[in-house]
Design a protein around this ligand. Structure first.
Ligand code: 13P
Ligand code: SF4
Length: 347
């Protein structure tokens, strides 16, 4: 059987694939190795279907910190697996395809941040979770797109450095008027593909539709939306809004999943479809390979432990949980090993 997105990575897969059998093999291996499969909602549906949990980056890091499994197989991008390792240092964390990075996270190094701080002394640093462990270690507190506004509001003083995403940083600035947000120049190449022209075209063609956007879009794009929110907030809004037509200014995989879960609605996206190629590297075969051979392990010491990097990065994430855990304690989906894509829990 062929799967969705079969056009990607053709060279990496045989043309005929039995996804049912591959999925069964994964479930068996997970049991054998006392492993859990955590998957970001931008991943291919074939992986979502065999996962233990599907979630956004906030819920995935919480799940990684709470699991009893000895091995975490992480189908997301590199910084997500690294965050899981920081939160569960005693566990083995596997990233099935090591090519799966995040170009936005790669736009800032620890050295870049140290220099940026020199230009803006005394301002505390909030880093988006889309950043390396080394950048987290140079930051005061971490955030995700779900809790960024709450995190920045919780910080005393009237100036805050926000790295690396200028889309999300600008959204926070719009919501938090009593602080000056000093924003780094990073961005998400996938969300920045979405243009205002395309949004106007869709609005004109579908005047009854509601428009919802991820804050990683260019501010000129999210300004045109009726609602701006993180992945789980977009999902929840789409589920609860009365409109049948929903224009989503975010990543293709999320929109595919929402369309599968809510067939009574019509989801529309901009052209070209904003697809994050980095999120599509993992395949059923690479999950099997990682588990069978226990390869593609994520380790933080690659960056050096001498300066306490591990502990400092860990603390940056833990501080985020201390501030927002009560408010955002549940937003994940069960992987749909059972029938359909049932939503389990959204905060
Ligand atoms: P979420 O925090 O909404 O899961 O987003 C992560 C991400 O990389 C979006 O591009
Ligand atoms: Fe990174 Fe953007 Fe892909 Fe998210 S969608 S992983 S921010 S490149």
């Amino acid at each position: 059987m062929l799967t969705d997105l079969q056009d990607l990575n053709l060279a990496k897969q045989p043309l005929e694939r039995n996804t049912e059998q591959l999925g069964e093999r994964i479930r068996l291996l997970l049991k054998e190795k006392n492993a859990i499969l955590l998957t970001h909602i931008y991943q291919r549906l074939e992986i979502q279907r065999v996962s233990d949990y599907v979630a956004d980056s906030l819920a995935l890091s919480r799940l990684a910190s709470k699991t009893d499994a000895e091995v975490i197989v992480f189908c997301g991008v590199h910084f997500m697996a690294e965050t899981a390792k920081l939160l569960s240092p005693q566990k083995t964390v596997l990233l099935p395809d090591l090519a799966s990075g995040c170009p936005m996270a790669d736009m800032i190094t620890a050295k870049d941040l140290v220099n940026f701080k020199k230009d803006n002394p005394d301002a505390p640093v909030v880093c988006y979770i889309n950043s390396s462990a080394a950048v987290k270690a140079e930051s005061d507190i971490c955030c995700t797109s779900t809790n960024a506004v709450d995190i920045v509001r919780s910080i005393p003083g009237d100036r805050v450095i926000f790295v690396p995403d200028k889309g999300l940083g600008s959204w926070v600035q719009r919501e938090v008027l009593d602080k000056q947000i000093i924003i780094y120049d990073g961005f998400c190449p996938t969300h920045y593909q979405i243009t205002t022209n395309e949004v106007h075209r869709l609005r004109k063609a579908h005047p009854e539709a509601v428009i919802i956007a991820h804050p990683e879009c260019d501010p000129s794009v999210w300004e045109l939306a009726d609602f701006v929110g993180s992945t789980s907030q977009i999902y929840k809004f789409a589920e609860e809004c009365p409109q049948e037509e929903v224009i989503v200014l975010s990543e293709h995989g999320l929109i595919r999943r929402m369309q599968a879960d809510m067939p009574q609605k019509k989801f529309l996206m901009t052209f070209p479809n904003p697809l994050c190629p980095n999120m599509k590297y993992h395949r059923l075969e690479s999950v099997i390979n990682a588990l069978e051979n226990m390869v593609h392990e994520i380790n933080i010491p690659e960056y050096g432990v001498a300066n306490g990097l591990f502990e400092r990065a860990q603390r940056t994430i833990q501080k985020m949980f201390e501030i927002t855990e009560a408010k955002y304690s549940r937003n994940y989906w069960l992987g749909a090993r059972q029938e359909g894509f049932s939503v389990m829990s959204i905060a």
